[in-house]
Design a protein around this ligand. Structure first.
Ligand SMILES: Nc1ncnc2c1ncn2[C@@H]1O[C@H](COP(=O)(O)OP(=O)(O)OP(=O)(O)O)[C@@H](O)[C@H]1O
Length: 270
């Protein structure tokens, strides 16, 4: 366990009946780094994300987020607290935007927790309407900042569901960033993108890492994305970690090559 870790995963095990989807997994993700989790289909990547973001509670193990207010044990928090209090944001393999809302509205709604705190939801809010107005102005400002970052400013008033797929992917990332996360978890952000859109995505994720100083945790099948932008890679196979390290080392790791390509049969080996 690194003393500089943003997220430390220790011995996490998630079983479905007799199947170990994640099996005694330990690794850490540093702040200001992109950590990729890769592995063949069914390796346990999404299950791991679901444990980190609170959708599943692992039967064994600990996941610690190094929060400025003190370490937070994610397995003890419900999913709402993991995003609102611990600052872990997530995008999904299947995009989950509010399709009938505008692009801008999607980014404002993402900040509802902050707005609720400043609103008449609390007595302090009832007595301080100007505080709510200030919070709302900040939410709009933040939304506009992220619209600009992802290149969607000119589409602010369009229905989110009407955007091309690549734009929706970027909007989802903007929406997650509007929550001000410490750790951004991205589940296959390059899925369905063409090479130009993938290259734009790479630039966006590197910018987020460099300008916001947060940690990024990435599940991705597209190796051009993984190898180009990751600082650290964790490789899973059948729920177990089979390798971890820098991209160059992972590319050359025999266990990784075997997991992806399979064992050669006897005839091929000969
Ligand atoms: N809710 C569930 N109930 C039972 N088994 C599950 C459940 N979710 C996942 N699994 C199983 O756990 C294993 C890991 O699945 P998971 O979706 O985490 O893998 P993955 O690495 O994300 O795969 P992919 O790359 O195909 O998305 C698989 O064998 C899968 O069938």
């Amino acid at each position: 366990m690194s003393s500089e870790a943003l997220l430390t995963v220790e011995h996490v095990t998630m079983r479905f009946g007799g199947l170990f989807a994640v099996n005694d997994l330990s690794f850490s993700a540093a702040p200001k780094e992109i950590t990729a989790v890769i592995g063949p289909n069914g390796a346990g990547k999404t299950t791991l994300f679901n444990c980190i973001t609170g959708f599943y509670k692992p039967q064994v193990g600990r996941m610690t987020l190094d929060h400025p207010s003190g370490p937070m044990l994610l397995e003890r928090l419900d999913d709402f607290a993991i995003s609102a209090k611990a600052g872990v944001a997530r995008t999904f393999q299947n995009i989950r935007l509010f399709a009938r809302m505008s692009v801008l509205e999607n980014l404002i709604v993402a900040q509802h927790t902050t707005l609720m705190r400043a609103s008449a939801f609390s007595l302090a809010g009832l007595l301080g309407l100007s505080r709510y107005a200030r919070a709302e102005a900040r939410a709009v400002e933040r939304a506009r900042h992220w619209l600009d970052k992802v290149g969607l400013t000119s589409l602010a008033d369009e229905e989110a569901g009407s955007l091309p797929y690549g734009h929706q992917r970027r909007l989802e990332i903007a929406r997650a960033m509007c929550t001000g996360p410490l750790l951004l978890c991205l589940d296959e952000p390059a899925a369905g993108l063409n090479p130009r859109e993938s290259a734009e995505l790479n630039r966006l994720l590197l910018d987020i890492r460099d300008e916001n100083g947060i940690g990024l945790l990435l599940i991705e099948h597209d190796m051009s994305v993984v190898m180009e932008i990751s600082d650290h890679i964790v490789v899973l196979d059948y729920g177990k970690k089979i390798a971890e390290g820098a991209p160059a080392a992972i590319k050359a790791d025999p266990a990784v090559i075997r997991a992806y390509l399979g064992e050669p049969d006897e005839e091929e080996a000969r």
